[in-house]
Structures are given as C-alpha cells and as structure tokens.
Design a protein around this ligand. Structure first.
Ligand SMILES: Cc1cc2nc3c(=O)[nH]c(=O)nc-3n(C[C@H](O)[C@H](O)[C@H](O)COP(=O)(O)O)c2cc1C
Length: 175
C-alpha cells in the first residue's frame, strides 16, 4: 500500500458531463470503477480494484462526514454529500455524491454503489466552510472521539438553521 499522498493546491474540475461511478463490497472495498473515475482520480483500474474507497480520501475532509455516511448506509438508507477527494498526484476534486446500498436477489445488502457529479462553486464554499469548522472540532476532541464530536457539531449547527442534514445537502446541490 502506498503512503499518504501530499496534497497540492491544484483543482481538477468535473464538467457537467462527468459522472464518476464506483461500487464496493459491504466493507467499502472497490469492486468496480468507471473510466471517468480512473481519469479524474488518475489511477489505472488495477490500482483501484480491491482497495478501500478511502484511496481518494482528502485530508481536508472531516471524519464526521464519513461517520454520517456509514451510519446512513448501515441503516440501509442512501447518503448524499459534498465531498473533496484527492487524486493520485495530490490534486483535489469536489463532487456531489450519492451513495446507496446495493441489494442481492433476496433483498440483502450486498455492497454499495456511488455516483458523483460536478458541484457548484457556491456549494463548495458552503461545504468547505463547514468542514474547516468540523476539522477544528475534531482537533480539539482528539482522535478517539473526533468523528462523533464533529458530527454532533454539524447536527447542532444545522438544527440552529432549522435544517436536517438531507435538506441541507440537497439544498446545496439545487443551489
Ligand atoms: C460506495 C462508497 C463510495 C465512497 N466514496 C467515497 C469518496 O468518494 N471519497 C471518500 O473519501 N470516501 C468515500 N467513501 C468512504 C470510504 O469508504 C471511507 O469511509 C472514507 O474515505 C474515510 O476513510 P477512513 O475511514 O480511512 O478515514 C465511500 C464509501 C462507499 C461505500
């Protein structure tokens, strides 16, 4: 496994036609990536399949967002999020992601499926402001409780705006 990638300040922008698709097993290991995923993240297929989906995790993303993603998926619901990812060269790209459980014929969850598309600059600035504050909460909480602490902070902040997470995030997407 490669060591951590050093982030750059270069942004890779998706066009409105770019759809990044991936599938994982129930543990989040990649089982399928489309060509757009490979082109934008700058990995060949063999370097992705079998790896954990955190291969594209950017250090600017708070752990609380992924805690919420996995809580939502384990509850067998779909997750929406504005996510900053990292390429193999350290560049970053922002996406609006939809992640859903995949089911087998018997209806049991057999893995997860994700589609990501371009997101507006307004949504990026709203999300990055919140995420910077969540990272600060995580730094103060320390590693053991960081994800719970920043997720609780996010929920309180949205409560104050009288917004549930899903309405907030879909509002970002719809501008
Ligand atoms: C279908 C699916 C898609 C995912 N997409 C992303 C993604 O685009 N970026 C990301 O950082 N994590 C994504 N994740 C979450 C990762 O599995 C992981 O929880 C996250 O990167 C945090 O990594 P860490 O737990 O090692 O800190 C996805 C998970 C699933 C199941």
């Amino acid at each position: 496994m490669k060591g951590r990638i050093t982030p750059t300040q270069r942004e890779v922008r998706l066009t409105d036609d770019d759809l990044i698709v991936s599938k994982t097993d129930v543990n989040g290991r990649l089982t399928y990536v489309n060509r757009t995923f490979m082109r934008i993240s700058n990995y060949p297929e063999h370097a992705l399949l079998g790896r954990q989906h955190n291969v594209v995790r950017h250090p600017d993303m708070p752990r609380g967002v992924f805690r919420l993603m996995w809580e939502t998926l384990k509850a067998e619901r779909e997750f929406f999020g504005v996510i900053k990812n990292i390429t193999s060269d350290g560049d970053f790209y922002w996406v609006f992601a939809n992640v859903t459980p995949d089911r087998d014929r018997a209806g049991a969850v057999s893995g997860y499926f994700s589609v990501r598309r371009a997101v507006s600059t307004g949504a990026i600035s709203a999300a990055s402001g919140l995420y910077a504050q969540m990272l600060e909460v995580e730094r103060r909480a320390g590693p053991a409780t960081a994800p719970e602490a920043s997720l609780a902070w996010l929920r309180r902040t949205l409560d104050e705006r009288r917004l549930g997470y899903e309405r907030f995030v879909l509002g970002l997407y719809n501008g």
